[in-house]
Design a protein around this ligand. Structure first.
Ligand code: ADP
Ligand code: MG
Length: 262
């Protein structure tokens, strides 16, 4: 069963200072997120990973192509229906400062999506914030703190708590652990795996780190220059990559074969 199907996405951006010239960031990209599983999306910087994610999240509009969410074409929804649907799709970025306002307390940051979507009474939201902090294994006292008082790993746990506030079905993790050191990265990955099991979440896990993808993904989509080069199960991609580009990516991992247990 697919949670999200992306079909033939095309996205061009104007090139600054060159009137009439455009740059194709996505060129006929299709892939599927299967319910309750993790799709790893890999590829060099600039290959179009975030552009695809931002279209799925409704932060960018495609030139053509479709995003199908649980069988419904998003472009056929009214504005109001789209807003309601977006509750089901949340995102965690690499830099939690992007979503955590330094002026807002942790409480306010985690509560905000619930207020925006008019979820619950004040008391219910208070209870939900406490519950969310439990879910990401942070002490409840953290709600009185501010982002700059927390470590990078703690901030990323807060970003996850905030993303989970409205009980979404799909989480887009755009380089969400890439800025963390290896030990903390492992802890956050463990947390994400546990949350996926408990809540049945579907993950779009974007990373340039193939060692991480091997650990977390069920399927892998390989992107290059706005195109989808290869899409298969994680084992297939790592054990018998079909495309030369994928082989080159695998060969480029420092200490690669050893780290990946190949
Ligand atoms: P990735 O996430 O794989 O690193 P992106 O999707 O962010 O790549 O970017 C793909 C390409 O599109 C890059 O060349 C980037 O410079 C370009 N791009 C992304 N967003 C914009 C934008 N808003 N305006 C112009 N070019 C953009
Ligand atoms: Mg990106």
């Amino acid at each position: 069963m697919s949670a999200i199907e992306v079909k033939n996405l095309v996205k061009t951006f104007p090139i600054r200072g060159k009137r009439g010239h455009t740059f194709k960031a996505l060129d006929d990209v299709s892939f599927t997120l299967r319910k309750g599983t993790t799709l790893g999306v890999v590829g060099e910087s600039g290959s179009g990973k975030s552009t695809a994610a931002n279209i799925i999240l409704g932060l960018l509009e495609q030139d053509s192509g479709d995003v199908i969410f649980e069988g419904v074409n998003v472009s056929e929804l009214s504005k109001k229906e789209r807003f309601a649907m977006r509750r089901n799709l949340q995102v965690v970025f690499q830099n939690p400062y992007g979503s955590l306002d330094p002026m807002y307390s942790i409480y306010r940051a985690v509560e905000e999506p619930m207020r925006v979507h008019n979820w619950g009474t004040k008391k219910e939201r208070e209870e939900r914030v406490a519950q969310l902090l439990d879910m990401v294994a942070l002490p409840r006292s953290a709600m009185r703190r501010y982002p700059n008082e927390l470590s990078g790993g703690q901030r990323q746990r807060i970003a996850i708590a905030r993303a989970l506030a409205l009980k979404p079905e799909v989480l887009v993790l755009d380089e969400a652990v890439s800025a963390l050191d290896v030990l903390v990265q492992g802890q956050v990955l463990d947390l994400l795996a546990q949350l996926q099991r408990e809540l049945g979440l579907t993950y779009m896990f974007i990373t340039h780190d193939l060692a991480v993808v091997r650990m977390v993904a069920d399927h892998v989509a390989v992107m290059r220059d706005g195109r989808l080069v290869e899409q298969a199960t994680t084992d297939e991609v790592f054990d018998s990559p079909r495309e030369q580009y994928t082989k080159d990516l695998l060969d480029a991992i420092p200490g690669g074969k050893f780290l990946l247990g190949l």
